[in-house]
Write a protein that binds this ligand. Structure first.
Ligand SMILES: NC(=O)c1ccc[n+]([C@@H]2O[C@H](COP(=O)([O-])OP(=O)(O)OC[C@H]3O[C@@H](n4cnc5c(N)ncnc54)[C@H](OP(=O)(O)O)[C@@H]3O)[C@@H](O)[C@H]2O)c1
Length: 312
């Protein structure tokens, strides 16, 4: 399998590296970074690190108040950065479009667009506009954001789209994406649908990279590792209980969990690298579905149809 990685650059960093370590010496002054899910876990640490390196971080939280508080906590920890906190409920596609319009009105190139926000659903099916909730929040909201802001990313000297996916993409549904059951109504399992949404993240980066070929703008996806964050609080108690107690010693801290995101977002070594999947700050091979270009194209086209009212 490793032959699939060809001549991609490898880094000296690994599982235990922190976001601070992988960005040491990187100067992001003059760069604008838009980051979703900045209020907790991996996103909060990503915001702290990229602001510390001099970037202007547009930190998006579920509400303005939550985003303000997140930035306040980072600045109280001693980071003197330039952060614009913004609120957006990603379940609400009209709000996502509004967020994109606000960012467009800033009239600045976006050097790095990081799609990080995410949920793992409860065992009970929940749908938004007839679409299963994890697919809607983890994939479709970011699909809208990417499409509406792509012009600004392309306007940057080396724009990057960075999508936080997961190795959980390997535990998706048969066929990869259940196009005939995106509502979950004809069969649902929370973890399989989480896997499907994370496969959608990975395939979006892959198809976007194909569309951006030779443009200088890149798109990559990543697995942050198994990280101790709030995301597991929504799992059914029989899963979240043992996770909190038994699995915690084997989980990464948010400082290490944000390392791969920060590496893919900011490393000069990856300036020309696109359409790849990263884990532990190095290239990794996704599942067969994650390498399926026809599936990636179909997902893109179906997603366009599903959210067509919000794309322009
Ligand atoms: N932790 C892991 O082991 C792990 C492993 C693989 C992949 N990932 C991925 O890493 C990313 C970050 O997760 P995390 O572990 O850092 O989890 P987290 O601590 O729960 O952070 C998730 C962030 O997303 C935001 N968010 C969720 N739903 C939202 C919505 N509807 N509207 C606006 N914002 C929303 C959350 O806001 P609130 O605080 O307001 O909910 C929070 O800021 C996710 O994409 C996740 O799938 C995590």
């Amino acid at each position: 399998m490793t032959e699939l990685l060809g001549t991609l650059p490898r880094s000296e960093f690994g599982r235990g590296s922190t976001a601070d370590e992988v960005t040491a010496g990187v100067d992001l002054s003059g760069k604008t970074i838009l980051l979703t899910g900045c209020t907790s876990g991996i996103g909060l640490e990503t915001m702290r690190t990229l602001a510390k390196r001099g970037g202007h971080v547009i930190g998006v939280g579920r509400t303005q108040e939550k985003a303000d508080k997140a930035w306040q906590s980072v600045s109280e920890s001693g980071v003197k950065g330039n952060v614009t906190p913004l609120g957006c409920e990603l379940e609400d596609f009209a709000a996502v479009a509004e967020l994109a319009d606000k960012v467009r009105a800033m009239n600045t190139p976006i050097d790095i667009l990081i799609c990080n926000a995410g949920i793992i659903g409860r065992s009970k099916l929940q749908a938004i506009r007839g679409i299963e909730k994890q697919f809607a929040v983890n994939h479709l909201s970011h699909f809208i954001l990417i499409n509406r802001l792509l012009g600004q990313v392309k306007a940057a000297s080396q724009g990057r789209v960075v999508i936080v996916a997961s190795d959980a993409h390997e535990t998706t549904l048969p066929g990869g994406i259940a196009f005939d059951n995106l509502s979950g109504a004809t069969g649902y399992g929370a973890l399989k649908f989480y896997g499907q949404s994370k496969l959608a993240n990975l395939l979006t980066a892959r198809e976007l990279a194909r569309r951006l070929e030779n443009s200088g703008t890149t798109a990559n996806a990543l697995h942050p590792g198994f990280v101790y964050t709030n995301i597991f609080h929504n799992l059914p108690a029989f899963l979240s209980g043992p996770l909190k107690v038994l699995a915690r010693p084997f989980m990464k801290s948010p400082a290490a969990g944000a390392a791969t995101t920060c590496y893919v977002a900011a490393s000069p070594a990856l300036a020309g690298v696109s359409g790849q999947y990263f884990s532990d700050c190095n290239p990794a091979v996704p599942s067969a579905y994650g390498r399926d270009d026809a599936l990636a194209l179909r997902l893109w086209e179906v997603s366009e149809e599903l959210v067509q009212d919000y794309l322009r």
